[in-house]
Design a protein around this ligand. Structure first.
Ligand SMILES: Nc1nc2c(ncn2[C@@H]2O[C@H](COP(=O)(O)OP(=O)(O)OP(=O)(O)O)[C@@H](O)[C@H]2O)c(=O)[nH]1
Length: 633
């Protein structure tokens, strides 16, 4: 049993040499939350009685305390055993303060992840000993290395019968450039090896450096909106001190706030008079909008503040756009309020009103990526009880018109229906650098898939004899459609994917319109590569033919590029007489049938003269399965 910590340093009075700031990075499901649970238990900040699985993913405490503590920046006092690597650092029992900082963990939030990594000096790289390295393991590792973090490689789940720790220790050692015996082995489930890991964290990770007497500078690595307290901002102090009642300034905006509360989380929020060099804690200023307190920004004091922010601050730029429309037009005001509320909580969400001829009033929303889009949509539907139609996601195109002034800003197209009509000189599309990890048996099918998605192979490396890493550049637009689903199905679920934006490229793109009875339906317009335009047009026209019921007149469905029709289907005419089979005099029955028909019509949208059922929009715009499982926190 670990010795209970003695002389626990208090917040604000902790000698920086006794602080270790670290994060845990891992592929999804490799056991990050479970390991965090064990650390809470072993360090005694949560006693065995109150312990429950995924302690930090809690909600009820948040409500009780009226403060959001979901962000996982926990202060763990830990006293390493004297004969362990951490204990050997000093002659007498010493209590260290370990700050475990959570990272958002997904590529959509790469910028935020990289900023939160900068709040740490080291990272525990956790890998499932039965699965080995996956795409997010690598992506997170590269981010951590870029942030100059010391990496502590750890294999988890060694209790599993299928664990192959020797094989994966070699794999990990190979990519990090350490010795296989340096890879620690733990079971987050049973707790085996976790105390030794904590001791290694103390021994291997550098204490924070900072200047105590300098003007204060703290890096915001997370900020969350809390209904009761407003925005709770999580910071890592680099220089100086942040004190209760200080007036603080956000360096990117110059906004000044009074600090109503400052403290640390251990694992409940603990108020403190101040927090100092190297410490990790929270600030409450009473602001109600997270956009005033953005991840990556630097906090300083209003008077005698610092002039130099920590690293350049970058506004998150949406990568993917989609239209969101309420199925019931009456829900439009609810949707607007819901987006307003959600934005308090999600600094990266952008939206503006959009009117679609087919779908009515809605919003054009910008997201950081597909996962972000899915989360927002799910939250809107779940938390605000809305039924929504979302149009197919598209990326941002930069369009240069023929003869345009070379110095004039070029048009950024975020909505296919805004695609300019005139003569276009060049269109640029965003490109990503994708990393695919897979058993080597599937190299062939993966290459084939990437080829059809206009990918360029950048490199390939064997991580072990049967596991390979493929690096591609791919247009983001191709990934946005169904790349991940296809990759999973072609590799029987074994491949994992990660990607990050890496600039733009010129491409031969065209806008394909879908016309119903001669009228273009804006919700179905898409910008696609010229080579894929024909198949897109044929597929969508065919799908709509199935989905739209027959009308009293023939309805042609056409796919067109400009005025050139590239695909055509038609729905034959019919008059649906609901009374046809109703002989005789029962007038009430007839009325009932007519009422029912009217009901059905209410759920139809009129597109020109054509009645289109809501379901047709939903089904036609469905973009397949989610990229969800490569994601989450
Ligand atoms: N047998 C065994 N199972 C483990 C161990 N650690 C975690 N698990 C299980 O692995 C699954 C995923 O663990 P989590 O801790 O939720 O993983 P995570 O990385 O936090 O996952 P996300 O939060 O979803 O990203 C859970 O079912 C855990 O019970 C371990 O050491 N041994």
């Amino acid at each position: 049993m670990p010795v209970g910590p003695t002389n626990v340093p208090q917040p604000g009075r902790t000698d920086p040499s006794l602080i270790r700031n670290f994060c845990i990075i891992a592929h999804i499901d490799h056991g990050k939350s479970t390991l965090a649970d064990r650390m809470l238990q072993i360090t005694g900040v949560v006693d065995d009685r109150s312990m429950r699985a995924q302690y930090l993913d809690r909600m009820d405490i948040e409500r009780e305390r009226g403060i959001t503590i979901k962000s996982q920046a926990v202060r763990l006092p830990f006293q390493p055993a004297l004969d362990s690597p951490g204990g050997l650092l000093s002659d007498e029992p010493t209590t260290y303060i370990l700050n475990m900082i959570d990272t958002p963990g997904h590529v959509d939030f790469t910028y935020e992840v990289s900023r939160s990594l900068e709040a740490c000096e080291g990272a525990v790289l956790l890998v499932d000993a039965a699965q080995g390295i996956e795409a997010q393991t690598l992506a997170n590792l590269y981010l951590a290395l870029n942030a100059d973090l010391h990496i502590v490689p750890v294999l988890n789940k060694i209790d599993l019968p299928g664990a192959m720790p020797d094989k994966y220790a070699a794999e990990l050692a190979h990519i990090i450039g350490c010795k296989p015996e340096d890879v620690l082995r733990v079971s987050a489930k049973t707790g085996e090896g976790v105390e030794a890991l904590l001791s290694e964290i103390v021994a291997q990770i550098e204490p924070p450096k900072g200047v105590k007497d300098a003007p204060p500078r703290a890096l915001i690595f997370d900020s969350v909106y809390d209904t009761y307290r407003g925005v709770v901002t999580y910071v890592r102090v680099v220089d100086g001190e942040l004190k209760h009642r200080d007036r603080i300034k956000m360096m990117s905006t110059g906004a000044v706030h009074e600090m109503l509360e400052v403290g640390v989380i251990s694992p409940e929020p603990m108020k403190a008079p101040f927090i100092g060099v190297g410490e990790v804690g929270y600030l409450i200023t009473g602001v109600k909008d997270v956009r005033q307190s953005r991840v990556g920004d630097t906090v300083t004091s209003q008077v005698h503040g610092s002039e130099e922010p920590l690293g350049g601050y970058k506004h998150p730029q949406p990568m993917v756009y989609s239209g969101l429309f309420p199925i019931d037009g009456d829900d439009y005001p609810t949707l607007r309020d819901a987006l307003d509320r959600l934005q308090l909580n999600d600094a990266a969400l952008q939206y503006e009103p959009e009117t679609s001829g087919a779908l009515g009033f809605g919003f054009r929303c910008g997201f950081l990526g597909l996962l972000h889009m899915e989360i927002v949509r799910e939250r809107l539907e779940r938390e605000f009880d809305l039924d929504l139609i979302s149009t197919a996601p598209n990326v941002v195109y930069r369009v240069v018109m023929d003869g345009a002034d070379p110095d004039a800003p070029t048009a950024m197209v975020t909505n296919p229906s805004e695609f300019p009509n005139g003569k276009i000189a060049e269109i640029y599309e965003p490109v990503v650098r994708a990393t695919i990890l897979s058993p080597s048996d599937y190299i062939g099918v993966i290459m084939e898939l990437c080829q059809t998605k206009r990918g360029n192979l950048q490199g390939m490396e064997y991580l072990s004899e049967d596991r390979v890493e493929l690096r591609y550049t791919l247009p983001l637009a191709e990934i946005v459609f169904d790349f991940f689903d296809q990759l999973k199905s072609k590799t029987k679920g074994y491949a994992s994917l990660d990607y990050e934006p890496t600039g733009e490229q010129a491409a031969d793109l065209v806008k394909v319109d879908i016309l119903l009875h001669g009228e273009a339906v804006d919700a179905f317009s898409a910008i696609v590569h010229r080579d894929n335009a024909y198949s897109y047009g044929v597929a969508l026209a065919g799908k709509l033919k199935e989905l739209i019921p027959r009308q009293q007149f023939e309805v042609p469905i056409q796919a067109a590029i400009g005025s050139r029709v590239i695909a055509r289907e038609s729905i034959r005419a019919i008059r649906k007489d609901v009374l046809a089979k109703c002989y005789g005099g029962d007038i009430t029955r007839k009325r009932k049938l007519l009422e029912k028909q009217k009901e059905g019509k209410k759920r139809m949208k009129m597109v020109g003269r054509v009645e289109v059922p809501q379901e047709a929009f939903i089904a036609a715009l469905k973009t397949g399965e989610s990229p969800g499982d490569k994601a989450k926190k």
